[in-house]
Ligand binder design. Structure first.
Ligand code: NAP
Ligand code: FE
Length: 385
């Protein structure tokens, strides 16, 4: 057996886990920079829990709350400049995948000089500001991965910085921050996590450890997505989601998304993510939704060449056919994306060049990628998001 398993992040989970474990901040640093998006951390209580904990410990902090969805390279250089200016010695990133990924890149760039043209090349010194990550969506698993995925304007795609330096020292998972997450973001992020686990099982780097984590998270996520599907017909308003999902469901989703993160930390993601990046970059399709739109077609391709792999995944889902998953995802993700012939050619060539392709047990060629875009996106109800 040839196996590597590395997950150095200390995970605290539970209601009020920040306050209950706040002493740990003292072991990490002296002055923090809190990296967040513009609004959500202020509204869901996560920002306040962190600042209260730091204040009670007499620790200093500055706040950088300018991270937008799909963070840019420029915003991370700007964040790193402010971190250095303020002499902070650790980073606390709060939010969805966007602020968490930006926080990771900021921690790296504040500790060492890296030219922007070398940012994605992987040659880093062994230096980074320690990271504390607090997820407030249940999707990316960034709190337990070594990836920071940034919008790469130069290459017109999304590209990851991947280095073990980026593993956070600590993550706090408190589902109370996710209680007011709206219906669409809840679905899209859960589908991202589902895709992570499925793709993990389709990766050349999968193992029995990652498969066990993947199966567990797949079952949890699908049961909650099914619950949303069964009840959302009558309750499509964002503010009604609390009537569908209990606190326990929210905890389960956050836990499952973290497990799916632990999977991709070992396995990487596949061509599904590689293809999704163009939908996000060029068509502004949300990251999780992009994966959800493409996942079933890739499973079909795998099924045609390695049927047992897909059988294993369907078995974990309690399904016998890919169509059952497809029906659920179609109904949850609703709108589809229309692509022109030229767009499909461009996106397929880009996807074929992504590092994600190397992770695939079944590696599609460019024609197969085109066909997957075509079948996933163009033959259903056409509506640009
Ligand atoms: P996101 O872009 O971080 O956040 C989406 C939206 O949700 C934002 O408007 C945000 O508002 C809001 N939001 C966040 N938490 C909320 C809460 N608790 N209540 C209400 N609103 C909330 O979305 P995401 O799907 O979590 O992250 C996507 C990013 O992660 C992509 O860039 C993707 O490439 C990356 N990703 C990374 C990894 C990894 O391993 N590193 C894996 C998969 C995906 P604010 O802006 O106000 O905060
Ligand atoms: Fe993802």
């Amino acid at each position: 057996m040839n196996l590597k398993y590395y997950m150095p992040t200390k995970v605290f989970m539970g209601e009020d886990c920040i306050n209950q474990n706040k002493e740990i901040f003292k072991n990490i640093g002296r002055k923090a920079m809190i990296v967040t998006g513009r609004n959500s951390a202020k509204k869901n209580g996560s920002g306040e829990d962190v600042t209260k904990a730091l204040t009670s410990l007499n620790m200093e902090y500055v706040i950088y709350d300018k991270i937008l969805s799909n963070p840019t390279v420029i915003s991370t250089y700007e964040g790193a400049r402010i971190a250095k200016q303020n002499n902070v010695d650790f980073i606390i990133a709060i939010g969805g995948g966007s602020p968490m990924d930006a926080g990771k890149a900021i921690a790296l760039l504040a500790a060492q000089d890296i030219k922007s043209e070398e940012l994605f090349l992987g040659n880093y010194e062994d230096k980074i500001l320690p990271l504390v990550l607090i997820p407030t969506t249940s999707g990316t698993g960034s709190e337990v991965t070594q990836y920071s995925i940034l919008t790469n304007e130069k290459e017109e795609t999304k590209t990851s910085i991947a280095t073990e330096l980026l593993f956070p020292v600590v993550t706090f998972l408190d589902a109370k921050y996710t209680l007011d997450l709206g219906l669409i973001t809840t679905i899209n992020t859960a589908v991202d996590a589902l895709s992570h686990s499925v793709e993990g099982m389709l990766s050349v780097k999968s193992s029995s450890i990652t498969d066990a984590l993947a199966k567990e998270s797949i079952q949890t996520i699908l049961s909650i997505l099914t619950k949303i599907h069964n009840q959302k017909e009558n309750k499509t308003q964002d503010d009604k989601l609390n009537e569908i999902l209990t606190f326990h469901d929210r905890e389960e989703l956050l836990y499952a998304s973290c497990m799916a993160g632990m999977v991709i930390a070992q396995t990487g993601t596949t061509i599904v993510h590689g293809m999704g990046y163009s939908l996000t970059f060029f068509q502004d399709v949300d990251h999780g939704k992009a994966n959800g739109l493409l996942l079933c077609e890739y499973m079909r391709l795998v099924e045609s060449k390695e049927p047992n792999l897909v059988y294993k995944i369907l078995n974990a889902m309690g399904y016998s056919q890919i169509e059952q998953l497809e029906k659920l995802l179609d109904s949850l993700l609703e709108s589809k994306v229309e692509l022109s012939e030229d767009e499909i050619i461009l996106y397929s060539e880009k996807a074929f060049k992504t590092k994600n392709l190397n992770n695939c047990i079944v590696k599609p060629n460019v024609e197969e990628i085109k066909s997957m875009y075509n079948k996933s996106l163009t033959n259903l109800n056409v509506q640009k998001t």
